[in-house]
Design a protein around this ligand. Structure first.
Ligand code: AMP
Length: 138
């Protein structure tokens, strides 16, 4: 059975896509900690992030850096925080969360409530910065 993220990458399940390259895919977390919370996943399905090959890991983290730069441009925040959990979905992924305070990166606290229209607006804004900063990825 492909993971839910593989099904998103294949286009079988909708997502608020923000960026894609040959090896990786980025989209908004459906239950964001903060508006602009993005997940970055490798297209090659592997459960545990540290089981990725060196090449896959390097590609994923470099891609995440580029996406984080676009998030920082699109969403008002002091920094973009990074987290890896993988306790829920068995397909390696990096969380990128816009931060204004340490407490914004609290997976046990209250999550943001972001309407579908606002999710789409944020995804489009991040995607547009990605296209501007890294046209080679598109
Ligand atoms: P974890 O595996 O613990 O890192 O958590 C998985 C993350 O994936 C959670 O933050 C979920 O909100 C998110 N998630 C699960 N299903 C979807 C989906 N269909 N689209 C976007 N995000 C999802």
């Amino acid at each position: 059975m492909p993971s839910i993220f593989s099904r998103i990458i294949a286009g079988e399940i909708p997502s608020y896509k923000v960026a894609e390259d040959e090896n990786n895919y980025a989209f908004l977390d459906i239950n964001p900690l903060r508006p602009g919370h993005v997940l970055v996943v490798p297209k090659h399905e592997t459960d545990y992030i540290f089981d990725l090959t060196d090449e896959e890991y390097a590609s994923l983290t470099l891609f995440a850096k580029r996406v984080a730069e676009a998030v920082k441009c699109a969403v008002t925040c002091k920094r973009v925080g990074v987290a890896v959990l993988g306790m829920e979905v068995p397909h390696a992924h990096i969380h990128l969360v816009p931060l204004n305070a340490e407490s914004d990166l609290n997976f046990f606290g209250e999550h943001a409530k972001v309407e579908a229209e606002e999710m789409q607006r944020i995804a489009d804004a991040i995607a547009s910065h990605m296209t501007e900063n890294h046209p080679e990825l598109f």
